[in-house]
Design a protein around this ligand. Structure first.
Ligand code: UD1
Ligand code: CA
Length: 474
């Protein structure tokens, strides 16, 4: 019996307690002047808060706590179950925010604190800061930066011997202190053992109605260590919309650099806007004035742009999207769209489909090799393979109350200016004559003509002009 018991795997004893991350996201964000909570404003298509969550993941934390204001709509939804939220009902400052987690999550291990309004912070930087903290055996390690323009940030005030004495906020700083360029990024690694007692002292200390987390450097027992960030952009805190635009610019460049490294040609980075959750294959070329947003995937060897706008779409290999809008659509390989066309949500284009100029497609499946080469509205339709949709074709999908579908079979030839009044079906290999209004199904292999017969009046011109002449001479 004993031998059997000892054969069971030994329970792993962790020597290094794993890290707790606390993301502070409950501020008012007054300077944004927005109805949307500040931390939900997107940067490169992702709500700011999710950038912080992504950075936190790099630490493989034991738990991530997100301090939120329960009255701010949408924050929970954006988190989508990631992390554990802790409520701070009144925004009484960053110190007060962190104090909200103290009751239930007082751990002895390292506690990393981030502010959710700093989306440019990289996960690698956070990991390096944590490593530095563990090496220095300090009570707290602050991520700092030397800024040319430190306006708006808390300044690091040091004693003569170089030790950190205080962090002074811009609005509390003397003229001399405002000259200090070394600033607090708002990223901290605390040793849990020292953090919680110091935080309790902070709670008793009220300045201008707010509890500043930064005051903790005066209260904490043990060493206050600093570690300067390498890329100063990373600490950019977003308090207003100018800073939001600046973060967007930096993030966009970062995304474009990543794509170029992975083998995508960006002809003009200054006029190319690509969101964080976009994937693009090798040797695809993105031409100027193009926007690719949301969760989009583009295959290899495509040419996108100029003036392409693609959102939440999947595009296969060797496609050409020129001056067109593609929204929530799926394109297979060798598909050509544009110039001046629009694919609305639910458009699915199979291999080799050609969509030319001024075509609009919505909620439709277009089979392989089919051409919609000129102005057309193909709405709520199922089109087979190798069909030709003539110029001016409209699938009239709406009867004023309900939407109906149109079916067009393989190899059908829809004549120019055909109106297909849905629900209606054009069979395989069928033809519709130009200018027809089709209201009944066209059987496979047949021709449907629906228009009045053409009349010829011989000598019409001669007679008309002769009459005018006679009238003039009288
Ligand atoms: C803070 C720092 C400052 C630092 C700067 C870096 C303090 C007192 N000051 O200033 O030293 O240089 O960040 O960007 O910490 N929050 C809450 N609850 C609150 C208040 C804020 O959760 O009651 C959250 C906010 O959502 C935000 C973060 O904490 O994500 C920072 O708050 P903010 O008011 O922007 O602080 P700053 O004035 O920028
Ligand atoms: Ca801030």
């Amino acid at each position: 019996m004993r031998a059997h018991a000892s054969a069971a795997p030994k329970r792993a004893v962790s020597t290094e307690p794993r890290v707790t991350v606390v993301v502070l996201a409950a501020g008012k964000g007054v300077r944004m002047n927005s109805r949307l909570p500040k931390v939900l404003h997107p940067v490169a298509g992702r709500p700011m808060l999710l950038w912080s969550m992504a950075a936190a993941r790099a630490l493989d934390p034991a738990r991530t706590l997100v301090v939120v204001n329960p009255t701010q709509d949408g924050v929970q939804a954006v988190l989508n179950g990631e992390g554990q939220t802790v409520a701070q009902s009144k925004a009484l400052g960053t110190g007060h925010a962190l104090a909200q987690v103290a009751a239930a999550h007082r751990t002895a291990g390292p506690v990393v604190v981030l502010y959710a309004d700093a989306p440019l912070l990289r996960g690698e930087t956070l990991a390096a800061l944590l490593a530095e903290h563990e090496k220095s055996r300090a009570a707290v390690t602050l991520l700092t930066a030397d800024l040319e323009n430190p306006r708006g940030y808390g300044r690091i005030v040091r004693a003569r011997n170089g030790a950190v004495r205080d962090i002074i906020e811009e609005k509390d700083a003397t003229g001399e202190q405002k000259g200090i360029r070394e600033v607090n990024s708002g990223v901290y690694v605390f040793s849990g053992r020292e953090l919680w007692p110091a935080l309790a002292k902070l709670e008793n200390k009220n300045r201008a109605g707010e509890y500043y987390l930064t005051d903790i450097v005066r209260l904490i027992k043990g060493k206050v260590h600093t570690w300067p960030v390498e890329d100063r952009n990373e600490i950019l805190g977003i308090n207003d919309r100018r800073q939001l635009a600046e973060a967007e610019r930096v993030m966009r460049q970062r995304i474009l650099d990543g794509l170029m490294t992975s083998g995508v040609t960006i002809a003009d980075p200054a006029t190319t806007f690509i969101d964080a959750d976009v994937h693009i294959g090798r040797d695809t070329v993105v031409l100027p004035f193009s926007l690719i947003s949301g969760e989009s995937t583009i295959g290899e060897d495509c040419v996108i742009g100029p003036f392409a706008q693609i959102r939440d779409s999947i595009i296969g290999e060797a496609c050409r999207i020129e001056r067109a809008h593609v929204d929530q659509s799926t394109l297979a390989q060798n598909v050509h769209v544009g110039p001046f066309s629009r694919l609305r949500p639910g458009s699915v284009l199979d291999d080799g489909v050609r969509v030319g100029t001024h075509a609009e497609i919505k909620n439709s499946h277009i089979g392989a090799g089919t051409a919609i080469a000129h102005f057309s509205a193909v709405l709520d339709s199922d089109v087979g393979a190798n069909a030709n949709i003539g110029a001016g074709t409209v699938t009239a999908n709406f009867d004023g109350v309900d939407k109906h579908r149109t079916e067009i079979g393989d190899r059908a030839q829809v004549g120019s200016d055909t109106i297909l009044v849905a629900p209606v079906r054009v069979g395989e290999d069928a033809y519709t004559a130009a200018g027809s209004v089709i209201t009944a199904d066209v059987p496979a292999g047949s021709l449907a003509i629906e228009r009045s017969e053409q009349k010829i009046v011989p000598g019409w011109t001669e007679r008309r002009r002769g009459r005018r002449k006679r009238e003039d001479s009288t």
